[in-house]
Design a protein around this ligand. Structure first.
Ligand SMILES: [Zn+2]
Length: 432
């Protein structure tokens, strides 16, 4: 690592010259942008007044306490976010693994049992027990179970049924709907490719035409939109790109246009990322946008690009760390979108994930750390495709690749255990 405490970028003379200039044309968004910059300027100046030696600190203990409390709550009745309960498991477990805080085995086992209850009899996972299967909680549940990484966790997943579920949401044009009868967008392709690859149910037929459909989402801006023809957006761009990486087709994107788009989303003054052009900075894009840089670095490396750094990603890693550590931490634990917003588990997970990306450069056998502040700020590295720790990805792949890929004789639109009326007629063999 670089060692010597670096001078903070936001303390440098000339930093205020990075502030937004409206060219005397005031608009609704220019006013909002200036307000955010003012609030950040205030945070920086207060920090300056109380710290002679700038060493931004990750509030580990406070975040740990906040997360631990959240995890305990899940075993009781947790009513808010009722349709996102596997997400809460993932956000909390992933934050804890980044902080390198172990989860007691009894708690891990409770989470496995809870997620088993979220698994639909027709395959895939729902937002809560008794709800319909949906690709987003399926992704969250599989990730959470892979983080736990025990036999009990792996055995929760009914892979045959999972493949049935994936077929039930596959569309003839290669896209996926989020749930039966639901909307199409590029998140679904990522969720499907992520769970299928981790659990070894990925078949070429299941993803037939998916590459072409995702490629149509890259627009003139360089980023990807939710469906072809809309505005480029950080979350969708990450999902589409990561899905193509899983399918081994990322080289088919216009990689340089994508690179140009994503690096332009890092805010000059704030240091964090915005989700779309002309929007405000938001801590969660620390992962959705910065997480694209490792994917792009590797894709360009594979393409033989020779000018790539062997020590840094192609974004300002220090500026992002400053934004997260100075502007996105709640003093009593948890992380947030921007100063003035309240903490939540979603932002805690994605701010920490982005911080991890900004701390660790890694490409093939290279590894280089750039930790802003004390060494205790160091988080575990995260896998830029799945956003769980790399050893947990390796362990899951190893486990599920010992098992055969379930037979895939289906055609989209054909079979289907996808309607409630089929529930009684399938020769189901529920595993859990
Ligand atoms: Zn956000």
């Amino acid at each position: 690592m670089d060692g010597v405490p670096a001078a903070l970028r936001c303390f440098r003379e000339g930093h205020s010259a990075e502030m937004f200039v409206d060219d005397s044309v005031e608009t609704v968004t220019s006013v909002e942008q200036k307000k955010v910059e003012c609030s950040i300027e205030e945070v920086i100046s207060v920090y300056k007044q109380i710290h002679s030696l700038p060493q931004p600190t990750l509030l580990r203990e406070q975040h740990y306490t906040y997360l631990k409390k959240g995890l305990r709550h899940l075993s009781d009745t947790y009513e808010c976010l009722d349709a996102s309960r596997p997400w809460l498991c993932f956000w909390i477990l992933h934050s804890l693994e980044l902080l390198e805080e172990p989860v007691p085995s009894a708690v891990a086992s409770d989470v496995c049992q809870f997620l088993a209850r979220c698994q639909s009899p027709t395959g895939g996972f729902a937002g809560g027990p008794g709800q319909h299967a949906h690709l987003a909680p399926t992704y969250a549940a599989v990730n959470a179970l892979c983080i736990i990484g025990t036999e009990e966790a792996y055995n929760v997943i009914n892979r045959e049924k999972l493949l049935d579920f994936l077929w039930s949401v596959k569309q003839p044009d290669g896209s996926f709907v989020m749930h039966v009868g639901g909307e199409v967008d590029v998140r679904s392709a990522y969720c499907a490719a992520s769970v299928a690859s981790l659990t070894n149910v990925l078949t070429p037929k299941l993803f037939e035409d998916t590459t072409n459909w995702i490629l149509r989402c890259q627009n003139w801006e360089g980023g990807l939109s939710g469906v072809p023809g809309l505005e480029a957006h950080g979350g969708y761009t990450f999902c589409g790109t990561a899905a193509l990486v899983i399918l081994g087709k990322e080289h088919m994107l216009d990689l340089k246009a994508l690179l140009r788009w994503v690096v332009s989303r890092q805010m000059r003054f704030e240091g964090g990322f915005q989700g779309r052009c002309n929007k405000l900075v938001d801590g969660c894009y620390s992962f959705w946008q910065a997480g694209l840089l490792p994917l792009l670095h590797r894709a360009l490396y594979k393409e033989g690009e020779s000018a790539l750094s062997r020590q840094r990603w192609m974004f300002e890693q220090q500026a992002l760390q400053e934004y997260i550590l100075l502007c996105c931490q709640n003093p009593t634990g948890g992380l947030l979108d921007k100063p003035g917003k309240s903490r939540d588990f979603y932002h805690t997970c994605y701010c920490l994930s982005g911080l991890s990306i900004a701390q660790h450069f890694g490409n093939m056998d290279l590894h280089h750390e750039m930790i802003l502040g004390k060494e205790e700020n160091r988080l575990a590295p995260t896998h830029p495709v799945y956003n769980i720790c790399p050893e947990k990805v390796a362990q899951a792949l190893q486990h599920f690749h010992r098992l055969p890929v379930p037979e895939d004789t289906r055609q989209q639109g054909a079979p289907a255990n996808d309607t409630p009326s089929d529930l009684g007629t399938t020769s189901a063999d529920p595993q859990s």
